[in-house]
Design a protein around this ligand. Sequence first.
Ligand code: UGA
Length: 481
Amino acid sequence: MKVVVVGTGFVGLPHAAVLSEYGHEVYANDIDEARIAAYQTGDRDEIERYVNEPGLAAIIEETMDRYLFFTTDLSQVIEGTDLIFLCLPTPPKRDGSTDLSMYMNAAHGLADLLAQRKQKNRVVLVNKSTVPIGTARLLQQIMTEHGVENFGVASNPEFLAQGNAVDGSRRPDRVVIGADTQADFEILRRVYSQFVNHVRIRYLETTPETAEAIKYMANTLLLTYISFWNGVGARLGETNANIRMEDLKIGVTSDDRISTWGSYVSNGAGGSCFGKDIQSLIYQLNRAGRSTDLLQAVYNINEYQKTYLVDRAVYEAGFNFNHKKVALMGLAFKKRTNDMRDSAALKVVESLLARGVTEIRAYDPLAMHDAQNYWFSPDKNHLFERITYHDTARAALQGSDAVYISTDWEEFRGLATTIANTVQPPYLIMDGRRMLPDYRDLVSRGYEYLPVGGTLLKPPPAGEAASHNGQQSTIAKQATN
Ligand code: UGA
């Protein structure tokens, strides 16, 4: 089939690449000329500067100029197209509503072009990025107003998680199609023929509004899981030293009706989707005059969680951040990505600076470049000049009085040895991801350990053996398993 993908970011580029892999003729379009030029080089580094997803560059290399083409000019590729996927950014506005300006620009541009096409084959416009409920209907209106003939609109929400986009596109757990006519369902079945009747993939056909609502419900339920664990599970572990967090997780999630996903307690969920989508859903329901108490609580718990460990360092460990240097391990919102949008680290930095920290010594295996761009931009507070950037965890730790672990990068699991070899007690370790299996060793050597979901561990008074806090020994046991 002839397919056009409008917008080549995190959603559009993997989607275009995987469709081309299945032998469709795919034209990936973006208004950003630098981006398209970078993709056209076929060079891995160039591509990954824009979208860094495992396996993506390899597909592009394989299919480019055979099945996959890049263009900034839609007018050249619109004739004879069967499907147009809209994969445009839909960022949040201050009031939580969704900024549809980029989407609208693209929709009107497309409508103009489609109204003038010579071949009048049926074309389906498909919303792939997360858009407010009712947007497919709006798109239909725009097309009709411009006089476009023989078109359909559909909603086909994207459920990919960053870092897993290629695998997720090749083997989704479900494909959700919202459309109005059998003709449109049929066109989508042809483009997704590898998923229809697949034994392990749910292929659901429904109305556009249901499909749009599924995406918001799905993301909000996932964030509810996380906020339940951070807001209840972690709080229990932080209150009672005999509650073993890892056992709590196993005991609760062993119920087949409950998923283990979301039960990894953390310093809050970040990323470009959860915060934006729950806020948008709150806005949409509020506008309809409906109560949003639960959603608001879920959102607030998640935001509060991002700096809670810094507060605990002050109130539980009695740590005074004023004039101190703090090493910050991890800036990205999760491992395997350089994306810092809504990352807990952003809030942690603000909280530390507000508490008078003189230097934040940052390290992240992937996000250093993005971090510098973010905090160096001219409109940013001059306090961000207190952030220094280091090439290794060891370099960032040097000369610090405390460390905060913010991202779940696997390499941080070995941080205990680096800490012991680089900085001497008294020293506070704030672990926002429960990443240190060897924390007991550190505590016995005089370091203080404050994990999310666990009580403060202080070094034993001289002469006594290390404390055998039950909850913590389970982590050690799991790490050795
Ligand atoms: C999320 C959803 O998981 C996808 O299903 C959805 O398609 C996507 O948003 C989207 O709307 O585009 P993503 O933002 O890539 O995907 O990241 P997740 O892997 O879900 O992680 C989000 C945050 O939750 C991260 O900061 C992660 O570290 C945190 N998290 C995750 C926890 O704190 N605890 C957990 O148990 C799991």
